[in-house]
Design a protein around this ligand. Structure first.
Ligand SMILES: CC(C)(COP(=O)(O)OP(=O)(O)OC[C@H]1O[C@@H](n2cnc3c(N)ncnc32)[C@H](O)[C@@H]1OP(=O)(O)O)[C@@H](O)C(=O)NCCC(=O)NCCSC(=O)C[C@H](O)C(=O)O
Ligand SMILES: [Mg+2]
Length: 360
């Protein structure tokens, strides 16, 4: 039957006859690094098979950073790579072109029939509001039905316009396909008319200065650089948590500055993000390190879990109060460690070696 009226109760109904049923819950699959490659670049494409298993997500990028003349080659290159590669535990994502571009329709109508059974997530750039997700949602359902796919392809939105940020909650709740959000700091900075020309990361001019000391009015007053992206990432994290989907940092363009890259990734991890983008092979190890809880954190978390017994009341551990709420914080880390250990043997070894003294 077609054309039946839709109500809120139909949120989880397929949007096309024959399309797979939407998922009720987005699986928490490890995605510490979403590694971008240009499928039209032969050197990058050649590296993809060997990267399987070393990174949680491989993303064939079709949008910005792919030259206009190479758009078709990138699309076809991704089809070839997807068909010829066995991805094992590594997810395959793509970033399609913007919804107002001349390429996006061909991106979706080519990729879904050709490699829809291998594609886990479609990343949609420059999402402005729920209407953009509704468009992609329906089109994907039609294409999935036509291709006879038996599981839905998920959708990930990049937050990179002021309007997108203003509509972040409705974007996250626009479809059961919504898997997560990434920050697009370069496009967002331009759209907001911010005055940084960097691709993500901080800026030395964005700072606070210590008050003058009346006793030493001429003394140097230290300054403290602030995080330009704190507000946006915090909004993303809340909107994603509210809708049961996953927030990610985005690109860190200063490939050479591995120290600041690690700092930016860690800020996002601490605020609640589950992963980030990697633009260059050397950013993968940084992301894997930062988005995997440390042995020290897991040791502490497990000690709290053990000390809290039935999970109620308050206890003292190392001079600090722990209670029902801090137990929940620790469980976030313990659950993440379990998910990562299931796919990362080296981490599993480290986490398994942790000994928690009984009876604390
Ligand atoms: C940033 C790069 C252009 C740097 O490339 P290159 O100068 O070639 O770097 P290296 O010489 O250090 O490379 C060493 C070898 O590694 C290969 N390589 C480089 N990058 C990748 C990669 N991403 N995946 C696989 N392999 C890679 C090189 O080919 C070298 O190989 P070999 O010569 O055989 O040793 C380049 O890294 C790059 O283009 N990265 C991806 C950039 C990208 O995807 N940008 C788009 C996302 S960011 C964005 O869109 C902004 C966002 O939307 C926003 O609005 O904020
Ligand atoms: Mg962008």
């Amino acid at each position: 039957m077609t054309g039946s009226p839709r109500s809120a109760k139909d949120f989880f109904a397929p949007l096309a006859v024959g399309a797979p049923a939407p998922l009720r819950e987005i699986p928490a699959r490890p995605s510490r690094a979403i590694h971008f490659f240009d499928p039209s670049n032969p050197k990058m494409a050649a590296k993809v098979p060997d990267m399987v298993g070393t990174v949680d997500v491989l993303l064939g990028n079709l949008e910005d950073a792919v030259k206009a003349d190479n758009k078709e080659a990138a699309r076809e290159g991704l089809v070839t790579i997807a068909r010829e590669t066995s991805f094992g535990p590594t997810q395959l994502w793509t970033r399609i072109n913007a919804l107002d571009s001349p390429w996006v329709l061909d991106d979706l109508t080519t990729l879904v029939p050709a490699i829809g059974d291998k594609l886990d997530v479609v990343m949609v750039p420059k999402v402005q509001g729920a209407e953009d997700i509704h468009y992609v949602d329906r089109l994907l359902a039609q294409l999935e039905a036509k291709a006879g796919l038996d599981r839905p392809i998920l959708v990930h939105a990049i937050l990179e316009t002021a309007r997108g940020v203003a509509n972040v909650e409705e974007i996250c709740g626009a479809s059961p396909r919504m898997q997560g959000l990434s920050l697009g700091p370069a496009d967002l900075a331009a759209d907001r008319r911010m005055k940084t020309t960097r691709v993500g990361g901080g800026h030395p001019g964005y700072l606070v200065r210590r008050d003058p000391n009346p006793d030493q009015p001429d003394a140097v007053r230290p300054t403290y650089q602030q995080d330009l992206w704190h507000y946006t990432i915090a909004r993303m994290v809340d909107a994603c948590a509210m809708h049961g989907i996953y927030p990610y940092y985005g690109p860190f363009g200063d490939i050479a500055d591995v120290v600041a890259c690690e700092d930016q990734f860690r800020n996002a991890f601490l605020l609640g993000c589950v992963g980030t983008w990697s633009l260059h092979p050397k950013q993968i190890a940084i992301a894997n390190k930062v988005f995997s809880p440390s042995v020290e954190d897991i040791t502490h978390a497990r000690r709290v879990v053990a000390a809290m017994g039935d999970g109620t009341g308050a206890v003292m551990l190392d001079g600090k109060m722990e209670d029902d709420a801090s137990l929940k914080q620790c469980l976030v880390l313990v659950e993440l460690a379990e998910q990562l250990a299931a796919i990362d043997p080296e981490l599993k070894k480290q986490y398994d070696a942790i000994e928690v003294p009984a009876g604390e």
